[in-house]
Ligand binder design. Structure first.
Ligand SMILES: [Zn+2]
Length: 71
């Protein structure tokens, strides 16, 4: 009987570990997605979403290209 109980506890513990790990991975993924969105902005001219790192900053606005900036 005690072995059955120990086996059951071990299974519960393993399931808990797997579940906890999955939750953590999902949280990390969610955070990454959020960071990507934070780093994106719409070009005021053509409304294309562009990464701020690649954009041209002018008057506090992010333009996708010098073409849009000039308009
Ligand atoms: Zn543009």
């Amino acid at each position: 009987m005690i072995f059955k109980l120990m086996a059951l506890l071990a299974i519960i513990f393993l399931v808990y570990l797997v579940f906890f790990k999955r939750n953590r991975e999902r949280d990390i993924k969610k955070k990454k997605d959020h960071d990507v969105i934070d780093n994106m902005d719409a070009c005021p001219t053509c409304k294309t979403f562009i990464a701020k790192d690649d954009a041209i900053l002018s008057n506090g606005k992010y333009y996708c290209s010098t073409e849009c900036l000039g308009k």
